[in-house]
Design a protein around this ligand. Structure first.
Ligand SMILES: [Zn+2]
Length: 194
């Protein structure tokens, strides 16, 4: 099944409405109807809403598949295929949906020749949080960074600031550590996917 979602973005100071779309693989959805499947209904709603915050995905089709239950992660992205995977046994957090979509957006930007690291998990987490509306932040930690001490309301703005810091000072500017300092993360957990 394919869904088209209208994504407004800005170009040369003018608002433009673009279109991105997503489809949910049968391996995720199975034969079940959405009405009978709260996990499917939930992931559809979250992917559709979160795509609005990734204008890079305008004109692209994102595929949603099933995460192998043996994988010890919350979600997964095969960014070269624009494929994201989530568990079918449990609901996925907004934070994870934004993280996986960020992998795809970073891949698209990398392919356009932008200076972004396509395989850095901490960078991906920072991009993901930077795009989140505050009311959708539904967790008290950030994957591959740790547990911030500052209130959630400040996370997106701090992550945006860290990305600007990187842009101004370069990829070797220790922007991840700077971000963790601003977020007041004492024990940085750069390898912890949870
Ligand atoms: Zn990731």
């Amino acid at each position: 099944m394919t869904n088209t979602v209208s994504i407004p973005y800005e170009r040369d100071g003018n608002d433009v409405v673009g279109f991105g779309s997503y489809r949910i693989l049968e391996t995720f959805a199975g034969p079940a109807d959405e009405a009978d499947d709260p996990v499917l209904e939930d992931i559809r709603r979250k992917v559709m809403r979160a795509m609005e915050d990734f204008p890079e995905l305008t004109g692209k089709t994102v595929t949603v598949g099933r995460l192998d239950p043996d994988e010890d992660v919350l979600g997964q992205a095969q960014f070269w295929n624009l494929l994201i995977k989530f568990p079918v046994e449990s609901l996925t957090s907004w934070r994870t949906v934004y993280h996986e979509l960020a992998h795809l957006a970073i891949h698209v930007r990398n392919q356009r020749g932008e200076d972004v690291p396509p395989t850095s998990e901490p960078f991906c987490s920072i991009v993901g949080i930077s795009r989140m509306p505050i009311k959708l932040i539904d967790d008290d930690r950030i994957s591959y960074l740790g547990r911030p001490d500052v209130p959630r309301e400040e996370w997106p703005e701090i992550c945006q600031r860290a990305l600007e810091y990187r842009e101004e000072r370069g990829a070797n500017s220790h922007y991840i550590q700077q971000c963790c300092d601003w977020l007041e993360i004492d024990d940085r957990e750069s390898r912890n996917p949870y």
